[in-house]
Design a protein around this ligand. Structure first.
Ligand code: PGA
Length: 247
């Protein structure tokens, strides 16, 4: 069985529309000859979504939102709903990233609602899960991630879904999780999701030096990239990762 590889970039709170146009112009030629069987997804800030859609049209790059609200409309100042995203051609939505979990106290219940709403509108949720350094050192990695999967995916279709394993201690720190350990956890996640064909990504300080080893692992089907997705050259190198053909 060959699972689709999904290389996703999360720009977080970076990139104006002018910077987005510059990125797209540089990025287009660099991904013109991607090998078959890989998909590239980019999650710009909400304000840059129309610009990125327009400037990457025809490349096959999918556009993701960095979050999505669970209601279709309402008195939620500052939030964005699924229909608003779908109208712009967005196809994926990151949910449960460790930053909103930490800074805005998002709960597994809220994350579950976001994932369900995303699917109801035809968006593919990219559910992020991962343990903190304290939890890892206390031997709680499996328990924490199992809970995040179980609660985050209640009543979520395990087919139209991507899960990203993002150990919090590896995000933005320059410390990539060792490839064999990331592979082990991604394999556990696939088992807990209960769909052997679900795409499971690794995220956390992925860069041009680590991508090939990560993508050579049997249970890592892609990556979710923060910092290294901000430059067209580095993100293109990541999308053009080199591994022996997977069979
Ligand atoms: P990073 O971010 O690649 O900058 O560590 C990853 C993420 O937050 O998804």
């Amino acid at each position: 069985m060959v699972r689709k590889a999904v290389i996703a970039g999360n720009w977080k709170m970076h990139m104006t529309c002018a910077e987005t146009r510059e990125f797209a112009a540089a990025f287009r030629p660099l991904i013109a000859d991607l090998p078959a069987g890989r998909e590239v997804v980019l999650a710009p800030p909400f304000t840059a979504i129309p610009t990125l859609c327009r400037h990457l049209a025809g490349t096959g790059v999918a556009i993701a939102a960095q979050n999505v609200h669970w209601d279709d409309q309402g008195a939620y100042t500052g939030m964005i709903s699924a229909p608003m995203l779908v109208e712009h051609g967005v196809s994926h939505a990151i949910v449960g990233h460790s930053e909103p979990r930490k800074y805005y106290s998002e709960t597994d219940e809220q994350i579950n609602l976001r994932a369900r709403t995303a699917q109801r509108h035809g968006l593919i949720p990219i559910l992020c899960v991962g343990e903190s350094l304290d939890q890892r050192e206390a031997g709680e990695t499996e328990r924490v991630i199992h809970r995040q999967i179980e609660q985050g995916l209640e009543d979520v279709d395990p087919v139209r879904l991507i899960v990203a394993y993002e150990p919090i201690w590896a995000i933005g720190t320059g410390k990539t999780c060792a490839a064999d350990e990331a592979n082990r956890v991604c394999g556990l996640i696939r088992g807990w999701v209960g769909n052997p064909e679900v795409t499971v990504q690794y995220g956390g300080s992925v860069n041009t030096a680590t991508i090939d080893e990560l993508m050579a692992q049997s249970d890592i089907d892609g990556v979710l990239v923060g910092g290294a997705s901000l430059k067209a050259e580095s993100f293109a190198r990541i999308a053009n990762y080199q591994v022996p053909a997977r069979v």
